[in-house]
Design a protein around this ligand. Structure first.
Ligand code: PLP
Length: 412
């Protein structure tokens, strides 16, 4: 994308974009608003509004008799997500938050195969570290946090110290730098040492082709409200390879994971299959939204999504080099597109102040302290012109010498 420095060039890229038509399948609001935070919360798909409305109507008219139709949604939506991440039918359930799902899988692994340390990298998303920290403390296990390269993320050499019985959690796409980890190589490295690796796919699913079975992965969790566009607070998902399901037990023994759920008087006996990792009553309105988001992604196809994502992030990198590097910015993401997910971090010591000024200029990025502006591109609705405009507005902001420091905020 080097050489794209005129808006007309970005408009030409949009005109040639095979995914351009998907943009109108989302609620877009103010046309001047450039939304580059789909890696945090995706836009609302138009179809989701009517689908959720239909579920509301069912609730209003059918009340509790709606349940026979709703009760299988966690596994139905799971299969829809599974098809996007290289899982077989019956290997994914949509349930609970990513945090809770990680807790369930990590505890289940410790119970079945553990005894070793709980391991992750310092650059991993905080909730992943917190969950492992809590389990380690509760079970008297060692917690090992290793330092991965802040730009390139974890690599095979980082797993040299793994031992049999260790449970490792890694993110496929690093939340801060956007580094894309080599799932196949890291999974093989962990398995060859007798360790169990749980992947966090939150920043990958819907933006990067993921092939869990092809990579030999056994376990994964992830969010649906980012690139899968399922809405604020939509449930996460968990993947357990079918060969492993019988050996693992959820630490949360809830009635939705019970064999013969409505035979109420029996002792807990987990259901066969992925359903055993459910806990309590599923959020039906949001599950309907998960299905709609997954449907749109499947319709566009992940290869086309990835091709556009690479082109969009390449444009950000090129405009960074051309306009922003001379203003004191540094690229906080891998330069090689094959090693990057669908967001780019631009680092600057005044990143927070620039973030606030960008929001005032009708661009929504997100900020990760202390110095990163994250620009997420969602190929289903982000255009090349939007990326161009956002970087152009950021350049204008960074050139100002009268910009006062912004006050801190509770949510960033
Ligand atoms: C990589 C990663 N893992 C886990 C989470 C936490 O997800 P949840 O809040 O749904 O538990 C997030 C949230 O943004 C995330 O980015």
């Amino acid at each position: 994308m080097a050489g794209v420095t005129e808006r007309a060039q970005a408009e030409a890229l949009d005109a040639a974009d095979p995914l351009a038509g998907f943009r109108t399948r989302f609620e877009l609001g103010d046309a001047r608003h450039v939304y580059l935070d789909g890696n945090s919360l995706g836009r609302l798909p138009v179809a989701t509004r009517s689908r959720v409305q239909a579920v509301l109507e069912q609730w209003g008219s059918q009340l509790v008799s709606g349940w026979p139709e709703w009760i299988d949604l966690p596994l139905q939506a799971g299969d829809a997500i599974g098809a996007l991440i290289g899982a077989a039918p019956g290997e994914v359930a949509v349930t609970d938050s990513t945090t809770v799902n990680l807790y369930k899988l990590a505890q289940a692994c410790v119970g079945a195969r553990g005894g070793g340390a709980l391991v992750t990298d310092r650059g991993n998303f905080p909730t992943d570290r917190y969950v492992l920290e809590g389990i380690a403390a509760a079970r008297g296990l060692q917690l090992r946090i290793f330092d991965s390269d802040p730009l390139d993320g974890p690599v095979v050499d980082d797993l040299d110290e793994l031992r049999a019985g260790d449970v490792v959690v890694l993110s496929h796409v690093a939340y801060r730098s956007g580094a894309l980890a080599d799932m196949r190589a890291l999974t093989a490295a962990a398995r060859s040492r007798g360790a169990t690796l749980i992947w966090d796919l939150s920043h990958a699913a819907g933006a990067v082709p993921v092939d869990l079975r092809g990579a030999g992965a056994e376990l994964a969790v992830g969010c649906t409200y980012k690139y899968l566009n399922a809405g604020p607070g939509a449930p996460g998902y968990l993947f357990v390879a079918s060969e492993l399901q019988g050996a693992l037990r959820s630490p949360i023994q809830g009635w939705f994971g019970q064999r013969d759920q409505f035979a109420m008087e029996r002792d807990y006996d987990p259901a066969d299959g992925i359903g055993r990792f459910l806990a309590g009553t599923p959020p039906i309105l949001q599950l309907a939204a998960v299905e709609e988001g997954a449907r749109l992604t499947a319709e566009a196809g992940l290869d086309a999504i990835r091709a556009k994502s690479v082109a969009l992030t390449e444009l950000i990198v090129a405009l960074h080099d051309e306009w922003l590097a001379p203003l004191g910015f540094e690229l906080g993401s891998p330069r090689e597109p094959a090693c990057r997910g669908s967001h780019v971090s631009l680092n600057h010591r005044r990143a927070w102040t620039f973030t606030r000024a960008l929001i005032d200029a009708r661009v929504t990025p997100d900020f990760r302290g202390p110095d990163s502006i994250r620009l997420g591109v969602a190929p289903l609705y982000t255009s090349f012109t939007e990326v161009f405009d956002a970087l152009d507005r950021l350049r204008a902001i960074a050139q100002r010498d009268d910009l006062p420091d912004a006050a801190p905020a509770r949510v960033t």
